[in-house]
Structure formats: structure tokens, C-alpha cells
Design a binder for this molecule. Sequence first.
Ligand code: EMZ
Length: 405
Amino acid sequence: MRNQHKSRFLHQNMALHDEMKYSEFPDPFDKARKEQGCGEMNDQDDPVLMLLRHKDVRKCAHNWKTFQSGATPGRIVVPSEVHIRQTRQIPFEVDPPQHTAYRALVEDWFRRPLQPWYEQKLGALIQRSLEEALSAEQVELVREFSLPLQSRALTLLLNIPLSEAETWISWGTHVFRSEDNPLDSSKANVLYDYIDQQIARAMAQPGEDLYSHLLAADFQGRKLTTEEIKGVMILTFAGGRDTVINALTNTLAYFAGQPGALQFLRQQPEMIGRATEELVRYFSPLTHMGRVVTEDTQLCGRRVKADSRISLCWASANRDESVFERPNEVILDRKVNPHVAFGFSHHKCLGAPHARQLLKGLMHGLIEQVQSIEILQAEENMEHWGEFDRKVGFRRITARFHSLS
Ligand code: EMZ
């Protein structure tokens, strides 16, 4: 009897300890950022010089003439997608001045998340996900919570019926990259065929959705080509997929490990805006984004050749101690927060308003409905970038939700 009691106690202690561990996202770039300011990695025989300091990352992001986005489609993504994709993603893989014109076509559409009706509909989807989680014995957060919520929320962004989310959920966490093999294009073809069909459907029967909006748009006195529309749609599906799934899952893991944080927001819900910025800074769901160098130049004391690749490491910049006080701590009410988790300058994330509303809505839902979250089992998802191993989220993580009432 006594032993039984003791082992239960130990088990509980262990669970508590693990939960705190799962709420932590260490910074693997710390030493290299301080000592060299950059790191190197090989990616499919097309090496990448990773810029690690906040100042350098912002400076190069701004200098689109020397550090170009509009190279061969797929080349600025790390791991490179040149072998699995020919379609140029728009506006992401286009440089100014054309970039500006493309962006103008979609900017208002991607700002719809700021309108009250959108927030309200998103809130209802979040509430449904939380109710499902609360009524289940346990939930696997990546596939049973975050992936369905990401996909349902995306129906709002595209303005299409909720039922379409079922198809997207069946694709898994990344829409066109196979998890283990960057050269496998079979999955990519599923998405491309799907988008082709959807464009054809919208041509035949125009509606109020994003495809129809793009088909009707006037771009410099002409209509967009199917290939251009496809370029916008691939980006819309891919850019906010694993990033949003990780942001949602990591947020839940964070509150599981730090119950005081949930309590803090319950008392001061007006801090949810700041908390959103702080959590995206801390998690930095997109580790880095590449650029192709257009002329020989110098970067952090090295010679860099034309046609080589660099990357802007948002995750490292977001822990730069010369910019953020106590960079490795989550300070939910952090006041000044010039993070670059959504990128910086011309190419900053179009989906950011949607992603922010989703995280804010999740926090509102949590403080209204959830007492605590208990992690039962977790397997972290590690990325490997040359000498750096980074925890970006979880492969799987099971949890139990405890209701407030
Ligand atoms: C690209 C990228 C966009 C890329 C802002 O990030 O996201 C990645 O997940 C995709 O694989 O193609 O869309």
C-alpha cells in the first residue's frame, strides 16, 4: 500500500518534470551567433550560409537586390525544393517591383482576419476543437488537434465550405514535402492536381472564394495566368501548414508546462496580444528562409560569391541577446518585441494576421474553458541544419485537457 502510494507520487512528479521540459525550446544557435555570426550547412549540394544575428538578418532581408528571392523556383527554400517544384510561388518568389504589384492583389484578402466577423467565426472553430479535446480521454495534439484546426481555419481564409477541410486533413502535416525525403515528389503532385481542379471549378462556377478572386483580378491590365494563380495557392497551402501546426501545438505544450502562465492570462486577458508575439518569437515556427546572392560580397567577415545561397535565420535572430533581454525566457507581457518570426521587410508573411488571430483565439479559448493540460507522452520534432539541431515542435504529443468548470 505504502509502495503503491509512493510510486504514484513518483510518477506524478515525473510527469510534472517532463511537462516543464516539453515547454522548453532551446536555442541551438547561441554560441555560433555570438562567436561568428553565421553557420554553414550543406543542402543537396547547394550549401547555405546561415546568418544568425538580428541586425544582419534584417539588413539582408531588406536588400532584395543583392539577396534575391526570385531565383529558380524552390531554391530559396531550405531544404531546397528545386527538384520537386517548378511553379513559382507568388508573391514569395518574386522580387520588387513585380513583387509589389502581386502583393497588392492579395493584401486586402489576407487582411480579412482582422475583421470582427472573421474573428468570431474563427473563435467558434477553436471552441469546437477545445470541446472535442475536453470531452476526449486523451488527444494527440499534432494530428487530432492542431492539424484539423489549421485546416478548418484555412477554409475561412480561402472563403470556402468547412467540409473541404476533411480533404486537407487527410494530407498530413506537410502538404507537399514528404517528411523524410526531400526528393520525393509524389506528395507534391497530389496538391498540384488538387489546385488545378479547384481553379477549373472556379472558372466554371465563379464564387466568393480566393480562387475566384484571383481569376477575376486585374494584374497590370491583364488577367492572371493559371500558373500564377497556382503559384499563389501553393504558397497559401504550404506556407501556413507545418508552421501553424507547430505554433498551435507548441502553445498547448507551453501552457501544459507552465500552468501559472494560463492563470496569468486569465487574470490579465488584455495581455494576450503581447503573449501572441512572445510565443511566436520564442517558437519561431519557420527556422529560416533562403536568398540567392546576386553579386560577390562580404558577410560576417566572409567572402560570399554570386549565385551562392544564404539564409536569414529568424529563429536565431529572435534569440539575439543584443536585442532581447532574457531571450531564452518566455515573458508573456514582453513590451518591446521586434521579433522576425514572420520575416521582415518586403516579404513579411502574408498569412500573419490569420496566424495571429488563431493564436489569440486559442488563448482566449484556453482561459475560458481549460483549467490545465497534462502531457502524457511526447516525441519532439528535431530539425537538423548542419551543426545545429533544433527542436521545432513535436512529432507526436498526447495530452489530457482538464475543464475549468
Ligand atoms: C514555401 C514556404 C513558405 C515552401 C513562408 O514559407 O513554406 C514551406 O513550408 C514550403 O515548403 O514551398 O511555401
